[in-house]
Design a protein around this ligand. Structure first.
Ligand code: RAM
Length: 925
């Protein structure tokens, strides 16, 4: 063969080689491609996306030869065929950087409805290139009010509505429909839709989605979120029908104290725009307008978030969302134009969905009533499947716990009726799931069913509703109660993340209480993928902020009381900063910087000589208050001043990240002035609190927020220890003090004491509630006891996430995973092992991938298994008697490129580790 090669052949081969190496200039793309590609706050290939200037993030694979990134290239195009070589929207070119998260799009401005495709490639630490990632895509929703041709439509339900509790107008649910004809086949169809109220939409008899309570709860006087659905498969050539069920929801429902800035007497309305591209390329559009018809004579006669539903099956209208229905008795809808002041924007986090189904573990029945125990306090709706007799009314009640005598207790729902009714139209089994309400419960009671049938456990299921996010971390240990605490924290999160972060999910409240959100935010980030959830809610916080900088007590502001509370409004500085630490997304700080400054200026407004006189809910629900007050004994002026200083400090730190040097200096100086005033006003020379009641929280605030001069710190710490001792080493803290306890004591080196507080079994403590049967976090340390039943205080929820804030310390210090640099670019792994724990472990999906830390004590040896994700480094501190050797994977540790010993301290070995998996063994003292 070879011999046959003549010069011509050689020349050809030579040219081909030169050509190939020119065209592809091909470096070898051998490394495994990037994974988990997302845009903005973690969206994967979203439809109806909100952000016209997104950021891009990806993760390097856990793969041979991939330690870190030295460069990336992103290509963005209007069609997948153009990738990677002909990107028409943006080509970042090769960027020499380790940045693999939150890279800003710098291409041409993106527009409503635009379809965008992108992929990324990275170079590793040795400048070797990866393959191009799989092509990702996203499609924008309608970004501007001017994109809408549709009008708000609905019936005037105010005129024949019911006067509900507190004389609040309750609108009857309505059914709206529209038929339309198409002469051609559809190739693509998008339904853009939203409502003032909550809606459920079907096309040609098929539900468009399994979303619940859409579009969710925003500052309706400023912004209403819109949804986008791909409905191509539901549209037919010829006749079609769209049908919408509509109820009050948060918009015009009975929210607590009823003074919403929007008007609850406005009847719910829907806004819908169906945009289609036909097979011949022609565009068709169907919009909500005066050709739609409606009725309130459908089966759903009543639907209210607090109060429940009344469903009358006799009024069912078979096929009403299909072509096969005559709506001649229906009324023509009223039409309202869009309001320019209310922005319509694509929903910027996930919709609420049924995420889990629970089945009863126990059932008892008596006197025509059956009680089902799900053994887990949950939030959502029941799915009931029961035998009934025609004309009878099934009554479905809920309870968080039973009284010790077994009776059904509903008083702590306060005025929330929280009951569903189903009126049967026939004999036999019925299936019913409420649609426009939700309940917080562990027990379900049914009555009104066919009593000739024996109740059975499978009559009821619990459909758990929350915003559609996934778990983001795990925590487990060798201790049952600690594991139950972790479970309670996670269930508290699920129950109170139903579109907005709420204080509680069951009584006549369920509002976006800012103080509760402020304390629980960080813990939520460990347990669930909720960055988008928070980013979205913070937009509402910005919108709700008043002109003088006040952040309302609840967001969206359902109360309309124009003032802020210290410790509550500070959500506006604390959440941006704390979430930035966990994501590393500078854009998030940019978005919120103005709000932070405004909030600090509100602190200034509400203080004299830097001493605060801002109203405060204070250390809410502190146990054993001397003054008997729900606001506890800590001076509200001291609290306000402490938060003033802290908010100024966080604003300075933010300015520093944003490179705003002047602002940084200004807020640093302000923080120092306020801290000085705080010290002079509230502390004597010896570091003891003066002139106001001395509480644990007084010291916690001073120490946590760094408000005392160096010379007083030690004494203040001693005073805090004395206060704890006086309380027999139990906490005496409420909503504001409790989250600071673990951190302050930890900084003092008092880890044993933090363990003691967490493992306390007696009141007040976390385990006290667990020993009383808690399956969620309670509002009060003693909300319920097995012998006494419910705490008689009317404000008493068994699902209030605030005290779950301890979860942050469990992840960061018991398992030992904390960010050392924002976004976990540098991770600190420093578990604090103490009795009674023999083992603990946690894992967390960081923006760079999964990190985990898992330890176990066996025969005096400490075993620690750590996984460090690619493109990060970790500082690992292995607790040890350092006079003995440290083993790595069973062998004496020797410095390598992977792991280096940095320091041998008294309490352990400090190491610097590159990405990879490690198994350390040390001997404990
Ligand atoms: C209660 C709420 C909330 C708390 C406020 C001050 O009504 O349940 O938890 O933040 O009051």
């Amino acid at each position: 063969m070879l011999k046959k090669l003549n010069f011509k052949h050689f020349l050809f081969a030579f040219c081909a080689c030169v050509f190939l190496s020119f065209t592809s200039c091909k470096e070898q793309e051998t490394l495994v491609e990037a994974q988990k590609l997302t845009i903005s706050e973690g969206f994967e290939n979203p439809l109806g996306f909100y952000d016209s200037s997104p950021t891009f993030s990806w993760q390097l694979p856990v793969s041979e030869g991939v330690l870190s990134q030295s460069a990336y290239q992103i290509v963005v195009a209007s069609s997948p065929e153009l990738l990677p070589d002909h990107a028409d929207l943006w080509n970042s070119e090769k960027q020499q950087t380790t940045q693999s998260t939150w890279v800003k799009y710098e291409g041409e401005a993106l527009k409503s409805r635009q379809k965008v495709f992108w992929q990324v490639k990275y170079w590793n630490q040795d400048n070797e290139a990866s393959k191009w990632s799989a092509v990702q895509n996203f499609e924008l929703g309608l970004l501007n009010n001017s994109d809408w041709k549709a009008k708000w439509v609905g019936l005037d339900t105010a005129k024949d509505s019911i006067s509900g509790r507190g004389k609040v107008l309750i609108h009857k649910p309505q059914y709206l429909r529209k038929g339309f004809e198409l002469t051609n086949d559809v190739t693509s169809a998008r339904l853009y839709i939203t409502s003032k109220g909550v809606f459920d939409v079907s096309i040609n008899g098929e539900n468009v989605s399994d979303d619940a309570m859409s579009p969710g709860f925003t500052t309706y006087d400023k912004r209403i979120e819109t949804l986008t659905y791909d409905v191509t498969k539901l549209i037919e050539s010829g006749q079609n029908t769209i049908g919408v069920e509509l109820a009050s929801g948060w918009y015009s429902g009975r929210l607590l104290w009823g003074t919403t800035p929007w008007d609850n007497t406005i009847s719910p309305k829907v806004l819908a725009q169906l945009e289609m591209t036909m097979s011949d390329g022609v565009k068709e559009i169907i919009v909500s307008d005066d050709s739609w018809k409606g009725t309130t004579n459908g089966p759903l006669q009543f639907a209210e978030i607090y109060d429940g539903e009344i469903y009358n099956a006799n009024l069912e209208m078979p096929n009403w969302t299909t072509n096969n229905f005559d709506d001649k008795d229906w009324t023509t809808v009223e039409v309202a134009a869009l309001d320019d002041n209310v922005k319509l924007e694509p929903k910027r986090h996930t919709t609420v969905k049924g995420k889990i189904e629970l089945v009863p573990q126990d059932m008892t029945s008596n006197d025509g009533a059956a009680v089902f125990d799900l053994k887990q306090n949950m939030v959502g709706v029941p799915i009931v499947n029961v035998p009934m007799k025609k004309g009878d009314t099934l009554k479905v009640r809920f309870a968080e716990m039973l009284s010790p005598d077994g009776s059904f207790y509903t008083k702590n729902y306060r005025s929330a009726h929280s009951t569903d009714y189903y009126i049967a139209a026939k004999d036999g089994d019925i299936t019913y799931m409420p649609k426009f309400t939700f309940h917080g419960f562990r027990y379900v009671e049914l009555s009104g069913f066919d009593t000739s049938k024996k109740p059975s456990k499978d009559w009821v299921k619990g459909r758990v509703l929350y915003s559609d996010f996934e778990d983001n971390g795990t925590f487990a240990s060798s201790h049952d109660n600690l594991n139950q605490l972790q479970s309670n924290i996670v269930w508290g999160l699920r129950g109170n993340f139903l579109d907005i972060p709420t204080d509680c999910p069951q009584r006549d409240e369920r509002l976006g209480w800012t103080g509760d959100a402020q304390v629980f935010g960080p813990t939520s980030m460990f347990n669930a993928d909720v960055y988008k959830f928070w980013a979205s809610w913070l937009q509402s916080v910005r919108e709700a902020q008043l002109e003088d900088g006040a952040i309302p007590w609840t967001v969206p502001d359902a109360r309309g009381n124009k003032i802020g509370s210290s410790g509550w409004g500070d959500v506006g500085t604390i959440i941006p900063w704390k979430i930035y630490l966990r994501t590393g997304d500078v854009g998030f700080l940019e978005d919120n910087f103005e709000m932070m400054k405004q909030w600090v200026s509100y602190h200034e407004l509400k203080s004299k000589n830097y001493i605060s006189n801002m109203m405060s809910f204070s250390d809410w629900l502190q146990p054993f208050p001397e003054n008997g007050n729900t606001r506890g004994d800590t001076s509200s002026s001291l609290i306000g001043t402490a938060f003033f200083a802290h908010s100024a400090k966080l604003t300075a730190l933010t300015a520093q990240v944003l490179g705003e040097v002047k602002e940084q200096e200004k807020y640093e100086a302000l923080y120092k002035k306020v801290a000085k005033a705080f010290d002079e006003k509230f502390f004597d020379e010896t570091g003891k609190v003066k002139d106001v009641t001395e509480t644990q929280t007084t010291y916690l605030l001073a120490l946590a927020f760094d408000l005392l001069p160096e010379s007083k710190i030690e004494n203040a710490q001693t005073n805090l220890l004395r206060k704890l001792k006086e309380a027999d080493y139990h906490l005496r803290t409420g909503f504001l003090g409790t989250p600071l306890l673990s951190k302050v004591l930890d900084d003092m080196g008092e880890i044993d004491l933090v363990y003691k507080l967490i493992f306390n079994e007696t009141y007040p403590s976390w385990f006290y509630s667990i020993n009383q049967g808690a399956t969620t976090i309670w509002e009060r340390w003693n909300s319920y006891s097995k012998t006494e039943g419910y705490n008689p205080m009317s404000m008493n929820s068994l699902n209030h996430y605030a005290y779950g804030a301890i979860g942050e310390w469990m992840y960061e210090r018991i398992a030992g995973i904390a960010p050392l640099e924002a976004g976990y670019k540098v991770i600190k792994i420093a578990p604090q092992a103490r009795q009674p724990l023999n083992s603990a472990s946690a894992s967390l999906n960081t923006p760079y991938g999964k990190v985990s830390s898992s330890w176990e004590i066996k025969n005096g040896e400490f075993h620690l298994v750590v996984v460090v994700p690619p493109n990060t480094t970790a500082k690992i501190i292995v607790p040890a008697d350092t006079s003995n050797e440290l083993l790595l994977n069973g062998k004496k540790l020797e410095d390598s490129n992977q792991v280096k010993l940095v320091e041998t301290a008294e309490s352990g070995f400090e190491l610097l580790a590159q990405p990879g998996s490690y198994k350390f063994t040390s001997t404990l003292k």
